[in-house]
Ligand binder design. Structure first.
Ligand SMILES: *Cc1c(COP(=O)(O)O)cnc(C)c1O
Length: 492
């Protein structure tokens, strides 16, 4: 019996008054979404937003309600036409994946089910652990290793580097902090290491100088002799060499460090061996190229990125740690309000004990659904396909006198530039940057640029299941056309 009828009547909810209306709108959104992906190839990769679109995002906090259909129309008009572009077949900037529809459905269902993956005894938590187990299997880690899904590769690297710090600190660093360490720790990585490692050592209280950048060889892989010399020098100077970071696929050129050699150095020198495999760890599932990352299975920890070569919708990263107890001992805390119970919802493992987040999203579902649908072998073939496409582009560049390769390409990243007879490095940079910007502005292709061994270059990173070889043929043709146009317009 309702004893407070008035109070009950005043109660509100976010649920719609009529679910049937929501159904109609949802079906329209779904139809639009399918059409959006179906014609992605026909749209520009990227386009600049007109002033009215920019102004739309300056609207103040909404105070009164609007029909959900109007809200969707706003999104359809102002957001959907102006994407970053990474789902487009000719997006090759920086390094990201190109998403997939089943994964998007997974994200939708994860939000509908709404579970918090901080842990607890429910199906989503079991699936989260299952996906971590699948990742271990993909890179050849033992079943008893542990891991956690995180937002991306940067967080996955922080997880690995934090466990390394705590294991090698020589003191209970969780309790006493880095100031109590008997010797300052040193981490080692090649001079091509991703910038997230700098953020990691800074956030870990070790300081940027604790990360020694070791010179690279002609293939832009860490120079093993220089690494050994740096370790010896640091020991001599009173530091504690603690961790070597191998990169399986550098962000500049895709160089893969000699992981077997690094594993040996780590074993000889008593170092933690972490692999930044955000780009390349998953080459372990690619039948034609997996030998490139041999040795990865010997790592103490690995960071990998399902939102890159597994094309999971953002965000999804994964940290794996060989010794599960070292992993748990780095992060586990059990406050009184999160104690496990023998049965019921709070029984079982708390997943938040393996990282820094307490609340966690249900990232596993989008990965799980796409893996179930396609099978891991197809993802492996797609990785091989991207590497073959990069070789195709390399051959096109080699065959074209106006273009020049700027770094060795072993996986799916190609660094190159348009030549300009007699031009200085500075002019070459301006000329190539202009080509890159016009390709973006005309909506033809998205490339990015970088500097390798002191020389500016354009960079194509093909982590894209929609790219075809003909897209790369078009890129070369358009670059040559733009090169001629720009050279004629602005005498260089
Ligand atoms: C992408 C990348 C990262 C960072 O990963 P996010 O998923 O962007 O956080 C780290 N290292 C390498 C080599 C990468 O390519």
């Amino acid at each position: 019996m309702d004893i407070f009828p008035e109070a009950t009547n005043a109660e509100e909810t976010l649920d719609p008054p009529d679910w049937a209306d929501v159904g109609a709108l949802s079906h329209r959104i779904l139809d639009d979404a399918i059409a959006y992906l179906e014609d992605v190839r026909d749209r520009p990769v990227w386009r600049e937003m007109p002033a009215e679109v920019r102004a739309f995002f300056c609207a103040p906090l909404p105070r009164s309600p609007a029909p959900a259909a109007d809200v969707y129309d706003d999104v359809a008009r102002n957001v959907m036409p102006y994407p970053m572009g990474n789902i487009h077949p000719r997006f090759w900037s920086w390094y990201m994946g190109s998403s997939n529809f089943t994964g998007a459905l997974g994200d939708f269902l994860a939000a509908i089910q709404g579970s918090n993956l901080g842990g607890g005894n429910h199906a989503a938590a079991l699936m989260d652990s299952q996906v971590v187990n699948w990742m271990k299997e993909m890179v050849g880690f033992p079943a008893w290793a542990s891991g956690t899904l995180v937002s991306g590769g940067s967080m996955a690297n922080i997880i690995g580097l934090t466990v390394a710090r705590n294991v090698k600190a020589g003191v209970d660093v969780r309790e006493r902090g880095v100031g109590a360490m008997p010797k300052p720790l040193r981490y080692y990585a090649s001079d091509q290491v991703h910038s997230c490692h700098r953020k990691a050592v800074e956030a870990l209280g070790l300081g940027n100088q604790a990360l020694r950048r070791i010179q690279t060889d002609a293939g832009l892989r860490i120079d093993i002799a220089a690494l050994k010399a740096a370790i010896a020098e640091d020991r001599e100077a009173g530091f504690r060499p603690a961790c070597v970071i191998g990169t399986a696929g550098t962000v500049n050129t895709g160089a893969v460090d000699d992981l077997q050699a690094l594993a040996s150095v780590a074993a000889e020198e008593d170092l933690w061996f972490h692999v930044d495999g955000c780009i390349g760890a998953l080459i372990a599932i690619a039948p034609e190229n997996r030998s490139l990352v041999a040795g990865i299975e010997q790592a103490d920890s690995i960071a990998l990125d399902p939102h890159k070569w597994l094309h999971a919708p953002f965000e999804a990263g994964c940290a794996l740690v060989r010794d599960a107890s070292q992993h748990r001992n780095t992060f586990a805390v059990t406050p009184e309000y999160l104690e496990s119970t023998p049965r019921g919802l709070a029984s079982g493992e708390w997943l938040h004990d393996y990282g820094l987040q307490t609340s966690r999203g249900f990232r596993a579902l989008k990965i799980w659904m796409a893996l179930k649908e396609h099978g891991v072998e197809k993802f492996g073939r797609l990785i091989d396909q991207n590497i073959a496409q990069a070789r195709h582009l390399t051959r096109l560049i080699e065959a074209e006198p106006a273009l020049e390769l700027m770094a060795p390409s072993t996986i799916n990243i190609v660094c190159f530039r348009h030549r300009l007879d007699g031009a200085s490095e500075e002019k070459l940079k301006a000329f190539n940057t202009e080509i890159m910007l016009r390709l973006q502005e005309e909506g033809t292709a998205a490339l990015s640029d970088t500097t390798v061994q002191g020389r500016h270059c354009l960079r194509v990173a093909i982590a894209n299941h929609r790219t075809r070889r003909s897209d790369l043929d078009l890129l070369v043709a358009e670059m040559l056309r733009l090169g001629r146009e720009i050279e004629a317009a602005i005498p260089v």
